[in-house]
Design a protein around this ligand. Structure first.
Ligand code: PRE
Length: 278
């Protein structure tokens, strides 16, 4: 099997992909959009992308593409994230910090407290930022990335564990076109069903009506997030996670009831959540 992931080598997403698919061919992509397109165009069987971080929240691009693309979620892996500040070994100082926007956000307070006046620059991934710093020895640049990137791209770590909160975890999902759920040989924490719901129009109690479909069945929701539909201010879709034990009730009649209320429901999958085995 071919598995796309947000690259290049040594990105956090590659660490996640390696744990899920130890024996498959991993194909690095330059962006999360490329990962979705690789699945769409059948260049790969599946892709691994980041969905949510415990400090910075949802990776909004991934959420948007789950809405836009015809894909399903097969499984989820939660991985601890440690960031380090690294520079080229020829340099002593740095005048710019480069990384993925999620990594910059997860280290914002550290950088504010210690390097307030040093500007930051978004890049496609932490590992891509480390490679860029490595490829430009004459620039006074630093990257925020993991220690595998420091090693692979020959950078020296000048500050370790700079994430703003000790408990820093990112959730990665496996997406594909197939309606199947992956069983992994890793510690399993929960099962869930993910849905995207779009209301027919903005009217009083519209969301309340949809949520009441879950409430009167005593179905436990573990997440609800609204995201702009990009069709005008105030227009949203809702990403919802439903706790596992309700899967059968959900597929039988709750979804039908939501549809009968005039809403659109996109079923994203019923799948397991695992934790990274260090
Ligand atoms: O840049 C990387 O290395 C990634 O794999 C992306 C990503 C993300 O988008 O959340 C993954 C984990 C960390 O939260 C920071 C960055």
């Amino acid at each position: 099997m071919k598995i796309a992931f947000l690259g290049p080598h040594a990105s956090f997403t590659q660490l996640a992909a390696t744990q899920i698919f130890a024996d498959e061919e991993l194909v690095p992509q330059s962006s999360i959009l490329d990962c979705f397109n690789a699945v769409k165009n059948n260049e790969v069987d599946k892709a691994v992308v980041p969905l949510e971080n415990s400090i910075e929240g949802t990776v909004s691009m991934t959420l948007d593409y789950l809405y836009d693309f015809d894909v399903l979620i097969e499984t989820e892996l939660v991985m601890p994230i440690a960031h380090h500040l690294m520079i080229h070994p020829d340099q002593e100082t740095f005048e710019r910090v480069i990384s993925h926007p999620q990594a910059l956000a997860q280290t914002f307070h550290f950088r504010y407290d210690h390097f307030k006046d040093i500007p930051s620059q978004d890049y496609s991934s932490t590992a891509a930022a480390a490679k860029l710093v490595s490829d430009n020895p004459n620039e006074k640049w630093a990257a925020v990335a993991n220690r595998y990137s420091a090693k692979l791209y020959g950078l020296k770590i000048i500050h370790e564990n700079i994430q703003d909160f000790e408990q820093n975890h990112t959730k990665f999902i496996v997406i594909s076109k197939k309606k199947e759920s992956l069983r992994l040989n890793l510690p399993k924490t929960s099962e869930k069903t993910s849905l995207i719901i779009t209301l027919p129009e903005d009217h009083a109690g519209g969301l309340h009506q949809v949520l009441s479909v879950f409430a009167w069945r005593k179905m436990n929701l573990s997440k609800i997030e609204s995201r702009t539909l990009k069709t005008g201010l105030g227009n949203y879709f809702f990403f919802i996670n439903v706790a596992s034990e309700w899967h059968n009730v959900l597929s039988q009649n709750a979804i039908d009831e939501i549809i009968s209320l005039g809403s659109n429901v996109k079923f994203l999958g019923h799948y397991d959540e695992y934790v990274f085995n260090e």
